[in-house]
Write a protein that binds this ligand. Structure first.
Ligand code: DAH
Length: 859
């Protein structure tokens, strides 16, 4: 199998094979090894070598797990690879200290800036992963880097780093003879295009671009002018599997508590319980129903990935989760069964009997295909198509599950619907509850319309997603009014008429005005204030009280301060009326604390922290709010700071920045695992994000970078270098205090406010209520000018903090080209139960306003 696959890959243009060795394949049980057949990795590597390809390995991301022995481990693996004597050049990506002769390479988005280059002069500069996007979690927005940005950094990598190879985009090797002339003309400004004269000829360079002149005369390529090619693959169906006669089925047995031999008095973590055996785990328990009850509600909180819940052998609900695995909490009515006797069965009967092999298949009786249902194995047999063409198996209709081919190749499918928790209704006379975890659907080959249907119900509190930068991905938020009339903001007197105006250039609603001046971050007993003070403490202690602190700067700023001063391009989305609150064409409510950077630098401050409320128009969900809080930090260096370090100013500042923020993360979270991710902000270069590993997830906690020279120059600080960071306080506070819903920060309910004490960072919030949500759907034909943010603004205007989420649940275009949207609005109070009348009134109000103000046709 391998030689022909490798040959095809090579013919298709592949030069390097990235290897991921899944050790459980080679050592299925501790001490039992399997290097037979397709598990023979040495022969695989030899075949790769025979066909003249390279092999790359990645250790840097697991090195930490070996602690002090990490680098010994890396050396050992390098030695082992080299000792194979396959004649193969070896590479280790991201491994700055890759031992000779292994080549260290770069992975990232800007290897021209973020990488130090090969660690020995006889190694080539190789960019093994030029990231065009990031891996996404379930339900996360897609992010695609632009072709122009890829072209720019790729070209820079070749020119500046002497790059010889770039994977994912293009490969380029230049061998020049004497007398030849090649030029790369660079415009590094992200804002303006420039005119340059080179060899007596004038060239226009668009912003942030490079022109390539292979003869020093003619521009053959400019990175801003890339026109992206789109290629699609077409498949010719050869065999279809859409008739019931082609399928035999075997229903998985739902185990009963009494049949299980593995027992525990608590919910076990799934990965450790199933270790190396199966992706599935049954959790079973028994409960005596109370005879007077007619209906029960089962609530399950799970770490992931997918759950099917059965009561008395019948399916009652399903949902999927994000990462990591297992049940966390099980409630039936208000009774908590988390710590009661549980019986476990690891894996499925079908797995135990290997019914996906010829032999095992005869151990069970297969039935004719019947109605599609859950936890069923489907089997079909067919003759391999003739010829040597590649064939593809389309498992698109399968949903979640695992598929086996010839009893050997196992394919695990995950579908994409994010679901956090399930609340399932079922009828009484319960004798047993069991849930099969992870991949709920098994088939051998796919058949259309076998889908896993997930319930739409959400648990009272969802885990949160980030309040992140407008310069990265757009995310969502929601609101609630508190009356205010004349405000003191940063020493300025502001009245409502100054902020909310009935003019087309003003889009600030009353509700947002009511948040101005509340300054939650200045309350010492409020989680945001406690957090701010803890960060102050860190800076004071580590920088000898050098950092000046500002937490009362007026949130009303000019567009120049908010955007131009920090180099936000003229056409950036964050400038639109749809995204930012404008008071008039030149004045906005700051959308980030970076709006104060330039002024403070100009005033001569060189070490400072700015904390404040920031405002962003956005959609609504229970984890986002149009007002939140950020802290900005800036530190300026002069040449004497870095001169003796052996580094240039930028590298020096980047190192100092990383050390400072890692220290801060440790100060706040204790010993946490962290990682740096390449990023992009208009105001920094290079830019990074810090992520911390908290409760089994990587969380973005802040954006930062080395300040663009242009900002320093305009502030009269030419010759200096600075770093800057911006962090979202809610984001960190939700994690640190276990606060499950962002609206709680605005709660004046004593049951919330009384739980926090000045100076106490470790307190965990105890939820005081989980009032039921109420869903209302609304459909309408949209017009071209429709935006979701405008809809959310109306919902917030009517329902304030009672609006938890506005979610698009259906979207179609009819034959006449009219597009219909159906939105589900979730209403819920943090503090009390809502009455039907109250919600109906809100919903009618919303409908009325939507129809009148958005000019849409309700359906
Ligand atoms: N202003 C950015 C935002 O609103 C955060 C940020 C990123 C601030 C990088 C910075 C920085 O100072 O260097 O998301």
């Amino acid at each position: 199998m391998w030689p022909s696959l490798i040959a095809k890959a090579k013919e298709g243009g592949l030069d390097v094979i990235q290897t991921y060795v899944f050790w459980n394949l080679h050592e299925p049980q501790p001490g039992q090894y399997d290097f037979t057949g397709r598990n023979d990795i040495v022969s695989f590597i030899k075949q790769v070598q025979q066909q003249g390809l390279y092999i790359e390995n990645e250790y840097q991301n697991i090195e930490g797990a070996f602690h002090d022995d990490g680098s010994r481990y890396v050396n050992w693996t390098a030695q082992m690879a080299v000792d194979q004597n396959t004649g193969e050049p070896w590479m280790m990506c991201k491994q700055e200290d890759a031992p000779d002769p292994v080549i260290n390479t770069c992975n990232g988005m800007r290897c021209d800036e973020t990488w130090n280059g090969p660690n020995s002069p006889n190694k080539p500069s190789i960019w093994t992963e030029n990231w065009t996007s990031f891996l996404q979690g379930y339900g996360e927005d897609t992010y695609m880097r632009s072709a122009e940005d890829l072209a720019f950094h790729t070209t820079m990598f070749i020119v500046k780093m002497n790059g010889s190879f770039v994977n994912y985009y293009m490969a380029y090797v230049y061998t020049g003879n004497s007398g030849e002339c090649v030029a790369f003309l660079l415009n590094n400004s992200s804002r303006e295009s420039v005119q340059v004269v080179f060899h007596n000829t004038s060239y226009t360079l668009p912003s942030k671009s490079i022109s390539i002149l292979p003869d020093c005369k003619n521009v053959v390529f400019n990175t801003a002018m890339v026109s992206t090619q789109v290629s699609t693959r077409s498949m010719q169906p050869i065999i279809r599997f859409d008739s019931p006669q082609q399928w035999a089925t075997f229903s998985e047995a739902v185990p009963q508590f009494d049949q299980t031999s593995l027992r525990s008095d608590t919910l076990l973590e799934q990965t450790n319980t199933t270790k190396d055996t199966s992706d599935y785990l049954w959790y079973t328990m028994r409960m005596e129903p109370n005879s007077s009850k007619t209906q029960y509600t089962l609530k399950v909180d799970s770490f992931g990935h997918a759950l099917r819940a059965y009561v008395n052998g019948a399916l009652v609900g399903a949902f999927m989760e994000r990462r990591s695995a297992g049940l966390r909490q099980v409630l039936i009515q208000e009774l908590n069964f988390t710590s009661s006797p549980w019986g476990y069965q690891v894996g499925l009967l079908g797995e135990k009997l290997s019914i996906y092999t010829d032999e095992g298949s005869s151990n069970v009786s297969w039935r004719q295909y019947q109605n599609p249902s859950t936890l069923i194995w489907y089997k079909t047999t067919f003759n391999a198509p003739e010829g040597t063409e590649s064939i593809a198996l389309n498992l698109g209709s399968m949903g979640k599950g695992e598929a086996w081919i010839n009893g050997q190749i196992k394919i695990v499918l995950k579908s994409n619907t994010p679901k956090k928790s399930c609340g399932c209704q079922f009828n009484p006379t319960i004798t047993m509850v069991a849930a099969a975890l992870t991949f709920a659907h098994h088939i051998l080959l796919s058949k259309p319309s076998f889908f896993l249907h997930s319930t739409k119900t959400r648990n009272a509190f969802t885990t949160f997603v980030s309040v992140s930068s407008p310069f990265l991905r757009r995310r969502h938020k929601s609101t609630q009014p508190v009356a205010a009339s004349l405000l003191q903001l940063g020493g300025v007197q502001i009245s409502k008429q100054d902020v909310v105006k009935d003019e087309p250039t003003n889009n600030v609603p009353d509700l947002i005005f009511s948040k101005l001046g509340l300054q939650l971050h200045r309350r010492d007993n409020h989680p945001l204030g406690i957090l701010k003070n803890a960060i102050y403490e860190y800076f004071d202690a580590n920088y000898n009280n050098q950092f000046q602190k500002f937490d009362d700067l007026c949130p009303i700023v000019t567009t120049k301060e908010n955007f131009d001063d920090v180099l936000v391009p003229a056409d950036h989305v964050s400038r639109s009326y749809n995204d930012t609150y404008y008071i008039d064409a030149e004045t906005v409510l700051r959308c980030h604390t970076s709006a104060h950077q330039a002024n403070l630098l100009r005033e001569g401050y060189t070490n400072f922290l700015v904390t404040g409320d920031v405002y962003r128009r956005d959609s609504i969900d229970s984890t986002h709010y149009p007002v939140f809080h950020q802290m900005e930090g800036v530190r300026v260096f002069s040449p004497s700071d870095w001169n003796n370090s052996g580094m240039d100013g930028t590298l020096y500042a980047a190192n100092d920045l990383k050390a400072c923020l890692e220290g801060l993360a440790r100060h706040l979270f204790g010993a946490v695992e962290m990682r740096w991710v390449d990023s992009y902000f208009p105001f920094t270069n290079p830019s990074f994000e810090l992520e911390i590993y908290f409760q089994e997830k990587w969380l973005e906690v802040l954006g930062c970078g080395v300040m663009e020279q242009e900002i320093l120059k305009r502030s009269g600080k030419t010759g200096n270098v600075a770093w800057a960071f911006g962090l979202g306080l809610e984001r960190l506070a939700m994690v640190l205090f276990d606060i499950p819903d962002i609206r709680l920060f605005w709660s004046t309910d004593k049951r919330f406010t009384s739980q926090f004490t000045k100076g106490e960072l470790g307190i965990k919030f105890k939820p005081f209520s989980k009032y039921p949500p109420c869903y209302k759907d609304m459909s309408f034909w949209i017009t071209d000018s429709f935006t979701e943010n405008n809809l959310c603004e109306i919902v917030r205007g009517v329902a304030g903090d009672l609006a938890e989420e506005v979610q698009l649940i259906d979207n179609f275009t009819n034959k006449k080209g009219m597009t219909s949207h159906c939105y589900r609005i979730t209403y819920r109070s943090m503090e009390r139960s809502l009455t039907d009348e109250e919600i109906n009134e809100l919903q009618w109000n919303v409908r009325d306003k939507v129809q009148r103000q958005m000019n849409v046709e309700l359906r």
